[in-house]
Design a protein around this ligand. Structure first.
Ligand code: DAH
Length: 322
């Protein structure tokens, strides 16, 4: 064995001596033919032969392995330049999610998540959205064959979280959402939101305004202005839409903000009593605010990205700027 020139020759030897039909097993077979008084001594001799061969085999194998490693080392030209690997960056959407989460953490929020595939109950019914609401139409929402759907907003995470905990609640939930939109400069069938929910004994609209204004300044800089406009959502009452002054033109009016000076960033409001009832909270005992922000919107104004599709075309020449 110790003279085997390489691993292949060694394997041939191993099969010849130790293989299933090799020398050692066939000696063992012959044990039965011997008179009983000789069997013990013969068996011991064969076993010790087997051990000796196995040891010789593994010794030689180690020698051959070591020789191969040092041969490979000798072949390396240590003076060659290293292989270039580009340094990666986080996608702009991921950057906004991480920055937003960090700001909300500083306000005492924790992060919750939910699945992309949701039940109609969590996505609509528990959120006080009636059966005839337009967003439930298959023209707008992707339904699966089993009746579930791809969530059209991150709001069902509110339902999941409240179903599993008692108040107080202070969470943000970033994640993917899906809508049957025709893609254009501001629409993509797949986009991201960050949901917020704060429930306690006396949460008010003033808390919502204060917290979202703080968030806007931390994210966009101290000069940003925030505007709250009355709106309607089934799951909040009262409801507002939240606009940030345009980061690109600082409110003067430009292409990104469609000359208005403002960018619509979030929907928000005070959690509707029916939502509390659906998750088993007592609407007489708690109040809460909730919001849902569009991540791509924020990325677009913060980085000056004029078309949402640029975020999804995976062109690294473009994305690596941010
Ligand atoms: N889910 C809404 C949407 O996708 C956004 C939203 C509005 C979320 C109000 C909320 C809320 O939590 O309170 O348009």
């Amino acid at each position: 064995m110790s003279a085997a020139p390489d691993a292949t020759a060694l394997e041939v030897l191993r099969i010849r001596y130790l293989g299933r039909k090799g020398v050692v097993p066939s000696l063992m077979e012959r044990l039965r033919e011997l008179p009983p008084e000789q069997r013990r001594a013969f068996g011991q001799a064969v076993n010790s032969l087997k051990e000796t061969l196995a040891r010789a085999l593994s010794d030689r194998k180690r020698e051959l392995d070591e020789a191969e490693v040092s041969r490979a080392r000798a072949d390396i030209d240590w003076t060659l330049p290293g292989e270039w690997r580009g340094v990666g960056r986080l996608h702009p959407v991921t950057q906004i999610i991480e920055r937003s989460v960090r700001i909300f953490r500083s306000l005492g929020f924790t992060v919750a998540t939910g699945p992309d595939v949701e039940t109609v109950h969590n996505n609509f019914d528990a959120l006080n959205t009636p059966p005839d609401h337009p967003s439930r139409d298959p023209q707008d929402t992707f339904y699966l064959e089993n009746g579930d759907l791809l969530r059209c907003h991150t709001s069902p995470v509110q339902v999941r979280y409240m179903m599993s905990r008692s108040p107080p609640v202070r969470i943000v939930a970033p994640g993917r959402c899906y809508r049957r939109d025709t893609p254009d400069a501001t629409h993509s069938a797949n986009f991201h939101q960050i949901e917020g929910l704060y429930v306690d004994r006396s949460v008010s609209l003033a808390d919502l305004k204060g917290d979202l204004s703080y968030f806007a300044r931390e994210l966009m800089g101290p000069e940003v202005r925030v505007r709250f406009r009355p709106h309607f959502f089934p799951f909040t009452e009262p409801s507002v839409e939240v606009d940030f002054s345009c980061h690109v033109c600082r409110g003067a009016g430009c292409r990104v903000c469609k000359q208005s000076g403002w960018i619509e960033i979030a929907g928000a409001g005070m959690v509707h009593p029916n939502v509390f009832r659906a998750v088993g909270y007592d609407p007489e005992a708690v109040t809460g605010y909730a919001f849902g922000m569009g991540i791509e919107r924020i990325a677009m104004v913060l980085f000056g990205i004029p078309d949402i599709r640029l975020l999804y075309e995976n062109d690294l020449r473009y994305l690596s700027q941010f």
